[in-house]
Write a protein that binds this ligand. Structure first.
Ligand SMILES: [Zn+2]
Length: 538
């Protein structure tokens, strides 16, 4: 059986305090949603702002392959008859096949917010729905605050959805607008609505009680055939029901068809795409589609997952387009390292002594404040060092960084670096926007003379985090450096009480990673001693 997925990311989702889309953004998001196969895309409220009206003007000239576009707006205003109401006029001018009208079903809102007699509101609902229907559109009626209304004045809430049915609505959507209802209320409300109107029903929930997904699924179990929600759960306050969780639950666990099993593997990409357009970090802990959803950290978990993934995974990540990740950390066992080495194309067997050395080094460094989850290039350097000994590409004789504030207020940084490579010694000076930038440039200027592959390497991101001071030591900083050669980006980590030393460690590790990756021959290898791989004098 098919459940309609009604996406309101572009309308309710933009009520989130951190989401704002331009018209161009909205078009891109809508195209992505159409491609992933949702049934409806609610594009906005054309009567409320010019941007949404512009979206519908542009959308009407595009071809939509899977989804029907819907324009959203309220029933006619109390003083107007429907055919004279500017809001309904804007809705019809949006030229969408579907119009979603919302109306009040909680008596409190009618008497307090609208300040009109209860019967007048029922008349507005019926007449507005009937008018939009008479213009040849499919009408979805959103019964705002339905579940709260049902608790306060059940007869009135039911009368409101009956008025929409009398007006000729195609689908009636029961809304938990304040998002505080429990699953038992939702089940009860859906059943009472089913008895009152013989129309297809939908559910629209918010996440204020963190039950939006559960409440939506419960409504489907009771017979609702349309689920409204947003991608990544974006929405006002605590968000709307998250379609990225609802879709796979319906498809994989409950046996319903939504976007179809063949399109399901596009879900993780769509979720990330939309957070990129919204310019928000993609939340790692999002179920199904987040980066951590199939990440394994504990050593016992990892060895079990390597034998059988069902031991610690509720579904296969590929089904929703996600991937399994094994994290290397203090909690790791050898299995994590073997798995990581395999991923990196490094051949190593379970019983290789180098694994023990690597694990010991890893734990020592993590104790000092290193973290390798976001710095896999440093991990690779560490593993290679444990296996083959430390590659001797170059040796640093010394570096010096000076930052000066001049009388005119301008601040400049200059770095000098002295590097030895066999018998040759190179001494370079470079200026930069800041001390780390200057150090990076001086280091690279020196190394370019020996290593061709480094010419294309650029520093692309730099992050510093101050770690807690403990046991009488000074505060340490952890530096993450991202470098890129235009084809690949990699991140390395350095920790020290001195920010420049931490930066140097991360930068030098990044250089080593690039040379190892490009299989540049080292002059030799020094047998690894714990800690050597990351010492500034290497
Ligand atoms: Zn809503």
């Amino acid at each position: 059986m098919r459940i309609q997925i009604y996406d309101t990311t572009l309308r309710d989702g933009t009520q989130s305090e951190s989401v704002a889309f331009s018209v161009e953004d909205k078009i891109r998001v809508a195209r992505e949603l159409d491609q992933v196969g949702v049934s409806y895309i609610e594009g906005g409220w054309p009567g409320s702002n010019e941007k949404d009206a512009e979206f519908f003007r542009r959308a009407s000239s595009l071809t939509w392959h899977n989804a029907r576009l819907s324009a959203f707006g309220s029933t006619a205003r109390p003083r107007n008859s429907p055919h004279q109401d500017s809001n309904l006029k804007a809705l019809l001018e949006a030229s969408t096949p579907t119009v979603t009208l919302f109306g009040k079903s909680w008596d409190l809102h009618v008497t307090r917010a609208l300040k009109i007699p209860l019967d007048k509101n029922l008349e507005l609902i019926r007449d507005s729905v009937a008018y939009v229907k008479s213009q040849g559109r499919e009408v979805i009626f959103d019964a705002e605050h339905f579940f709260d209304g049902l608790a306060a004045n059940p007869d009135y809430a039911i009368a409101a959805i009956q008025a929409a049915a009398d007006g000729g609505a195609d689908t009636i959507v029961l809304c938990d607008t304040n998002g505080g209802r429990l699953t038992s209320h939702i089940r009860d409300g859906v059943r009472r609505a089913q008895t009152a109107v013989g129309l297809p029903l939908g559910i629209h929930t918010h996440n204020d009680g963190e039950l939006a997904v559960a409440n939506s699924l419960a409504a489907v179990e009771c017979g609702v055939t349309q689920v409204q929600g947003t991608m990544n759960g974006y929405g006002e306050r605590c968000g709307n029901a998250n379609l990225c969780s609802i879709i796979p639950n319906l498809e994989l666990k409950m046996g319903y068809s939504t976007i179809g099993r063949d399109r399901l593997p596009a879900l993780a990409r769509t979720s990330k795409f939309i957070s990129q357009i919204a310019n928000l970090p993609h939340r790692k802990d999002l179920p199904f589609v987040g980066d951590s959803a199939f990440a394994h950290k504990g050593g016992i978990h990892v060895s079990a997952v390597m034998k059988d993934t069902a031991t610690y995974e509720h579904i296969s990540p590929e089904l929703v387009g996600n991937t399994r990740r094994v994290l290397v950390s203090e909690l790791s066992g050898k299995s994590n390292l073997v798995y990581k080495a395999m991923e990196m194309g490094i051949q190593i067997s379970d019983d290789n002594d180098a694994l023990g050395v690597a694990l010991q080094l890893l734990k020592k460094l993590e104790n000092e404040g290193y973290e390798f989850e976001a710095a896999e290039a440093s991990l690779r350097v560490l593993l290679e060092t444990a296996i083959h000994g430390e590659p001797e590409f170059f040796a640093i004789e010394n570096f010096r960084v000076v930052t000066e504030m001049r009388r005119d207020g301008e601040v400049t940084s200059e770095a000098t670096v002295k590097i030895r490579l066999g018998e040759k010694v190179v001494h370079t000076v470079a200026e930069g926007d800041g001390p780390v930038h200057a150090l990076d440039r001086a280091l690279h200027n020196a190394l370019h003379q020996f290593f061709e592959p480094l010419r294309h390497v650029q520093l692309t991101d730099y992050k510093v985090r101050v770690l807690d001071a403990s046991d009488g030591t000074g505060a340490r900083v952890r530096v993450l450096v991202q470098q890129s050669d235009g084809e690949e980006s990699w991140t390395t980590v350095g920790v020290s009480e001195n920010i420049l030393e931490a930066s140097y460690r991360a930068l030098a590790d990044g250089v080593k990673y690039k040379l190892l990756k490009d299989r540049v021959p080292a002059q030799g290898h020094v047998r690894s001693r714990t800690g050597v791989a990351f010492s500034a004098g290497s």
